[in-house]
Design a protein around this ligand. Structure first.
Ligand SMILES: Cc1cc2nc3c(=O)[nH]c(=O)nc-3n(C[C@H](O)[C@H](O)[C@H](O)COP(=O)(O)OP(=O)(O)OC[C@H]3O[C@@H](n4cnc5c(N)ncnc54)[C@H](O)[C@@H]3O)c2cc1C
Length: 489
């Protein structure tokens, strides 16, 4: 063994979650060791980045990572989903495709540039409570074992992570596998998603690599097939990908990866004897149908850095931070299950006898958890003088909230119409605004009472109305006679 070292936090796993977590902790002044078992650059699926990735990277001064990864804007996606066939056009090009090998390597470089010490390829062999509120670790790097004392530990080991801690991810949906291969010479090689009877296909052109054509199947389907290749080609042959790839050459083998939505078992998310959390896919692995795993991993890592920073500061902070962390994960998991179930349900309605779709379409419970938005449509905002009232069920409560550096208790509005407690909208504290609304007051009265510039007040009032938190006491039709229609603008 070589000499022991002391660090504030050891992060295990240098995917997007681990690298961003380590970077953010270093920016908060923590001394961080990042341990990654693979040699980079290493391949990864998950190459389509949702529009929220670019702003998240901007927030951590890592916009350059997109250029380094050869990011290309995604302007159109062809979608054939059950009976619905559409081409989504995004003129802003906020969604991107990247080579994940380059993207992940650049994010790791970003962590290094912020002073994170990286050990790679390296492996966490053991972790044991040190008895002083920290943890003793043994890490193997370059054939040598190192003893390290950390005040906190974070697992960002992805969905297949293993090592010193037994894998404790539990399925959060039907067992699904993804099969994928890269192709050269695909015709009409635009991003495309398509449902077929036994699963779905997703294709995306990756800069410098070719067209990645993926299929998603139930575990049963893969088991029954003679080989993964057979399963893969069978699925593609039932889709328009057959024509797209007819004259193309497959330039990689067919690879199989787990794609079941999963989440960490509740007892493994945080630990009592020393601060220890799971981040990114190691905490919650989304259904790839959402295409937002990378965005979620980065955002989760950003807030988790504040969580760990708070945990290290004081015992009271640790209790609050742990509560925030657990509640946030529960909310993310529920929101995700509900969102993807509705996408599966859309196809199940067309194929009620296809188990792939009906198994994933969600239970009545998830459908109940997805309340129909009662928001006022944009064109039926009430007359500015029409009386309004608050929709029942809202209350103001102190909830843990992530700030720039700390998890703090903040007044937030909780309401059955809101998925999550809301503390701020457009930078304004919502709770006092909500509390000041008197039933029967008009839009004009409400905005006049708020200590805000009128335009910002109107925007906030519109936010309350569109979320169904306020309703008109006069039916919209009567409140908006054409002759005196004065929609708040
Ligand atoms: C088929 C499929 C398609 C997907 N498509 C998309 C998509 O289009 N868009 C999207 O945003 N997301 C997609 N995702 C999800 C996305 O890839 C993940 O959400 C994202 O990679 C999660 O990042 P992470 O850092 O949590 O984990 P990972 O990216 O998995 O990184 C984990 C890292 O930890 C390392 N590690 C593991 N164990 C150890 C250990 N014991 N010691 C040290 N290091 C370890 C690994 O080597 C790896 O580098 C897809 C997922 C699948 C399965």
């Amino acid at each position: 063994m070589t000499l022991a070292r002391r660090v504030d936090v050891c992060v295990v796993g240098a995917g997007p979650a681990g690298s961003v977590l380590a970077t953010q902790l270093a920016r908060l002044g923590r001394n961080v060791l990042l341990v990654e078992r693979a040699r980079f650059p290493r391949d990864r699926v998950g190459e389509s980045l949702t529009p929220g990735v670019a702003p998240a990277l901007r927030a951590i001064d890592a916009s350059w990572v997109l250029d380094a990864a050869g990011a290309a804007a995604v302007r159109t996606v062809h979608r054939s989903w059950g009976a619905s066939v559409t081409t989504r056009v995004d003129t802003r090009g906020d969604a991107r495709v990247v080579d994940r090998a380059l993207f992940d390597a650049a994010l790791l470089e970003h962590a290094r540039a912020h002073g994170v010490v990286v050990r790679q390829p390296a492996c966490l062999l053991s972790s044991r409570s040190a008895g002083d509120g920290g943890v003793d670790l043994v890490i193997e790097h370059a054939g040598v074992q190192h003893s390290i004392h950390a005040r906190a530990l974070a697992f960002a080991t992805g969905r297949s992570g293993s090592g010193a801690r037994p894998r404790r991810l539990v399925d959060n949906g039907a067992r699904t596998f993804a099969l994928y291969a890269y192709w050269h010479g695909a015709v009409d090689a635009m991003p495309a998603i398509e449902s077929v009877r036994n699963g779905w296909c997703w294709g995306v052109p990756i800069p410098e690599r070719g067209y990645n054509a993926l299929t998603f199947v139930d575990a049963r389907e893969l088991r029954l097939a003679a080989s993964p290749e057979e399963c893969y080609h069978e699925q593609l042959n039932h889709s328009s990908f057959k024509a797209r790839l007819q004259a193309a050459t497959r330039v990689s083998r067919v690879q199989v990866v787990e794609a079941t939505p999963q989440r960490a078992a509740a007892d493994t998310r945080t630990m009592a004897s020393y601060p220890c959390i799971r981040v990114g896919d190691a905490a919650l692995a989304l259904d790839p149908l959402s295409s937002s795993g990378v965005q979620k991993a980065i955002q989760h890592a950003m807030s988790s850095a504040v969580v760990l920073h708070t945990m290290l500061e004081s015992e009271a902070g640790a209790v609050l931070a742990r509560r925030y962390f657990d509640e946030q994960l529960d909310r993310m998991a529920l929101r995700h299950i509900v969102a993807v179930a509705s996408q599966y349900a859309a196809v199940a309605a067309d194929w009620p006898d296809a188990p792939f779709w009906t198994d994933r379409a969600g239970t009545q419970e998830t459908q109940r958890a997805n309340p129909v938005l009662t928001a006022a449509p944009a064109d039926s905002l009430p007359h500015p003088d029409a009386p309004l009232r608050r929709v029942a069920g809202g209350r103001v409560e102190q909830v843990p909230c992530v700030g720039q550096e700390w998890v703090q208790l903040i007044d937030a509005l909780l309401h059955p119409e809101l998925d999550d407690p809301v503390a701020f909208v457009n930078g304004h504290a919502v709770a006092p605004l909500w509390s000041s609304i008197r039933d029967g007051a008009s839009a004009n009265d409400i905005v006049a009472r708020w200590p805000l510039p009128q335009r910002e007040g109107r925007d906030l009032l519109r936010w309350f109305l569109q979320r169904g938190l306020l309703q008109s006491l006069v039916p919209f039709a009567r409140a908006l006679p054409d002759t005196q229609r004065r929609v708040m603008a």
